[in-house]
Design a protein around this ligand. Structure first.
Ligand code: GLU
Length: 416
């Protein structure tokens, strides 16, 4: 049985609580979520039948500002998964010192089995069900697994229709034509790149000579694979939901991305020099940087011993379990934790949100420069603590993130 992600999230905060002497009541509070909403979403299917889906929106913490976090459409979605993901969002926004909290949402559905019209009705009805739970100063959704700018546009439109005016700041990751930000689509991949560059410098490695393995070929995995390929790295394996694909001499990323962007699966890609491999094989390939960029629970006590790389760069949320974390640390593998590594997405989401509120839009240069500044600052702070205390990067990042929230709770006090 895979580890329950919310149990894992609670375990992670217990680990850091031990290191920073967190007040027991704050620990208890942060191991819970502020509020969760479960909704039923009836949808008229194209064939005239009605199906009912279950959706969730969870606010883990709004102590430091409105909730912020993605919305995913997947059959793996359940309340505990969403609670874990909301918790990780609180750490992420706090680590970057953005004036935001943490939240997440999801619908238990296989979106690839729905027509575009059904997907639109599902999104609009879900938005109507959670309408009082979201808003620019309450909680701001964004894309996540299997959701995209079109879905964000439907959320923005549904919300705006209810309010009687356009409210672009209710959601981020929108198309640029309706208040989205340039640079948002690639932001998570860009952030991964900046943070990896930072660690590579510290370890005195040469970026160009790195061999890379990427699990996941969606927005996050695809973007970081492309960026590293363009910088001269050898991408020796990638995977999507259908298969892994491996070539010791390096894969041609341009061709593979073109193939994937046309909606094709990797298992159907034809090249005699490429071998198809399983997910387990992919994760344990010998390489310099392993980038899990799919879903939770991928590096566990079962395969951690066999992980054979110098750096794990967590593109996904929660890909490494706490026990696996310990094993990797013992093995001398540097894990750049999700809350730091993949925080570029929420960082540019924040830029999008403030651009919407101010009705003043930035150029791409400014977006990337500010993103780099914020994420590198968080990286430097994290790295320093990990060196000083001889702890892994995750615990160091958690020390910063959790302490900042704890301080905010102390200042605000307990109402009433
Ligand atoms: N879903 C992304 C994440 O997990 C982005 C969230 C956001 O932009 O609010 O960080």
């Amino acid at each position: 049985m895979a580890l329950n992600p919310f149990e894992m999230a609670k375990k992670q905060i217990e680990i850091v609580a031990g290191v920073i002497d967190l007040d027991p009541y704050i620990l208890k509070y942060l191991k819970r979520v502020e509020r969760s909403l479960i909704v039923s979403i009836p949808i008229m299917m194209d064939d005239g039948t009605v199906r009912i889906f279950e959706g969730y929106r969870v606010h883990h913490s709004t102590i430091r500002g409105p909730g912020k976090g993605g919305l995913r459409y997947s059959l793996g979605v359940n309340l505990d998964e969403v609670k874990a993901l909301a918790t990780w969002m609180s750490w992420k926004t706090s680590l970057l010192n953005l004036p935001l909290g943490g939240s997440k949402g999801g619908i238990c559905v296989d979106p690839f089995k729905l027509s575009k019209k059904e997907l639109e009705r599902l999104t609009r009805r879900f938005t109507a069900e959670i309408i009082n739970f979201i808003g620019p100063d309450i909680d701001i959704p964004a894309p996540d697994v299997n959701t995209n700018p079109q879905i964000m546009a439907w959320i923005m439109d549904t919300y705006s229709m209810q309010k009687g005016r356009s409210v672009p700041g209710v959601v981020t990751g929108k198309p640029v034509e309706i208040g989205g930000s340039v640079g948002r689509a690639n932001a998570t991949g860009m952030g991964l790149f900046f943070v990896l560059q930072g660690l590579v410098e510290k370890l005195r490695l040469d970026l160009k000579s790195l061999k890379i393995v990427v699990q996941g070929f969606g927005n996050v995995g695809g973007t970081i694979a492309e960026l590293l390929y363009k910088h001269g790295c050898k991408i020796i394996a990638v995977s999507d939901i259908s298969t892994g694909i491996f070539c010791e001499d390096g894969l041609n990323m341009e061709k593979l991305l073109e193939w994937a962007n046309q909606g094709n699966l990797l298992k159907d890609y034809k090249n005699n020099n490429y071998n198809l491999i399983s997910n387990d094989e992919l994760l344990t390939l010998k390489c310099d940087v392993l980038i899990p960029a799919a879903i939770e629970n991928q590096i566990t006590e079962k395969n951690a011993e066999k992980i054979n790389c110098k750096i794990v760069l967590e593109g996904a949320n929660g890909p490494t379990t706490p026990i696996a974390d310990e094993i990797l640390f013992e093995k001398g593998i540097h894990v750049i934790p999700d809350i730091l590594a993949n925080s570029g997405g929420v960082c540019v989401s924040y830029f999008e949100y403030i651009q919407d509120i101010n009705s003043y839009f930035w150029k791409l240069d400014r977006i990337n420069a500010e993103l780099k500044r914020i994420i590198i600052e968080a990286f430097e702070e994290t790295y320093k603590i990990s060196e000083e205390r001889k702890i892994n990067l995750r615990t160091a990042a958690y020390i910063i993130a959790v302490s900042r929230i704890a301080k905010a709770i102390e200042w605000r006090g307990i109402f009433p």
